[in-house]
Design a protein around this ligand. Structure first.
Ligand code: UD1
Length: 378
């Protein structure tokens, strides 16, 4: 029997661990699977709703670390996770993605000589100013099993001298969730919800625009886009221009919201922009699927739009997910919002980027991971 503790910490982790948990259940005679939630994200809207939507069991361990500087958050996760590992003595610790909880838990495990499994290994933006890039590189360096989502990951790990025997190209667990929950996503009533909201608070014209001409979905939370007054002012100007063309739906990340409020900019957003709290997994996927265009600085949304064939404009200078640009529907525009405006208006004028789905993004990545971990000696 192998005892595996999987770690979730922040919003983008939940939809990656959910399919892995389901796949491990098929091997109950071989794997005992426990889930540790570090509490990096703790709000109902950033965390709890995802457990419900993704049918994740209550975590076996909750570390409750919350927010803080990078050092504080990482250190607090390490201190609390070490206690769990000393008590539980798992054979493997499984981490996903690139958030602070990912590096904190892999480092803690490795120092206790517990083997580390990294799901979504090998992705590189080559931008060391992104905290996630540091987390990715360090986690891969100490991992014993590296599960890769796209071909660029294989190349990057090879270039870094990682032994081939540790690397497995399995596909994308985040796409597993998207495939699995399609029927539920199609039943979401989030569009009706927003229409109702518009009817109550704004003129009816917005309603017909939302349905007949499509809408633009916006998500922005990266410090480089939302932390200074100057960048936020430019962002508001840009969003207000897009809002003249289409209804804009903007579920606001807590970081972005608090900064927009701090600089008194939230009230300068056009009233054709629907602002909302962060949205749960199922409803958010329905919003992506039905959007004419997504404007984002997220990592995962670049992949979800590529899988769904939805137009995506990424406001970043680099991406660790190049297949979404090379063969998918993603356009990496940079952070110059005048260029972004031209690119968005171009898409809204009907000039859409054609895309295909990367290899092995087929809903079965977690099954491959479970099969491999069952077979391998640890
Ligand atoms: C983190 C990840 C990022 C991921 C993002 C998704 C790292 C380094 N970054 O960034 O890769 O794309 O999550 O959201 O791990 N807050 C709340 N409620 C919460 C969580 C956070 O209000 O439940 C607020 C806090 O004020 C906090 C701020 O959001 O200071 C930022 O949260 P934090 O976890 O530090 O980083 P994210 O920007 O969310």
């Amino acid at each position: 029997m192998k005892k595996i503790i999987s770690v979730v910490g922040a919003r983008p982790n939940f939809m990656k661990v959910a399919p892995i948990h389901k796949a491990f259940r098929n091997y109950e005679d071989k794997i005992t699977h426990l889930i540790c939630h570090t509490g990096q994200h703790y709000d109902e809207k950033m965390s709890k709703v995802f457990f419900e939507d993704l049918e994740l069991p209550q975590p076996d361990f909750y570390l409750g670390v919350g927010s803080g500087s990078h050092a504080e958050q990482t250190a607090n996760v390490m201190i609390e996770f070490e206690k769990i590992l000393i008590n539980e003595k798992p054979d493997l610790v499984l981490v996903v993605g690139d958030v602070n909880s990912t590096i904190a838990c892999s480092l803690t495990a490795k120092k206790l000589h517990i083997k580390v499994v990294h799901v979504e290994a090998g992705l590189r933006s080559f931008d060391m100013e992104m905290p996630e890039e540091i987390n990715r590189i360090l986690t891969d360096r100490i991992s014993d099993f590296l599960f890769v989502t796209e071909k660029s990951g294989l190349e990057n790990l090879k270039n870094e001298g990682v032994d081939d025997s540790k690397v497995f190209f399995v596909g994308n667990v985040m796409i597993d969730s998207l495939v699995h929950y399609q029927p539920k996503i199609d039943k979401s009533n989030i569009l009706e919800h927003f229409k109702l909201a518009s009817v109550i608070s704004k003129e009816n014209s917005h309603v017909s625009r939302l349905t007949s001409r499509g809408y633009v979905l916006v998500t922005l939370h990266r410090p480089s886009n939302v932390d200074t007054k100057e960048s936020l002012e430019k962002l508001v100007k840009f969003l207000n221009i897009i809002a003249k063309e289409r209804m804009v739906v903007f579920p606001i990340h807590p970081r972005t919201k608090s900064n927009l409020e701090k600089y008194a900019l939230i009230q300068t957003l056009s009233d054709t922009i629907i602002l909302s709290e962060p949205i749960g997994y199922i409803d958010f996927q329905a919003l992506i699927k039905n959007a004419e265009l997504i404007v984002t600085d997220s990592g995962g949304i670049q992949e979800e739009t590529t899988y769904l064939g939805v137009q995506c404009i990424t406001l970043r200078t680099s991406t660790e997910r190049p297949s979404t640009v090379d063969i998918g529907t993603n356009q990496l525009i940079g952070v110059d919002l005048e260029k972004a405006e031209v690119a968005c208006l171009n898409v809204l004028a009907g000039n859409k980027k054609a895309g295909t789905i990367p290899e092995l993004w087929d809903g079965k990545a977690a099954e491959r991971i479970a099969e491999i971990l069952c077979k391998e000696e640890v």
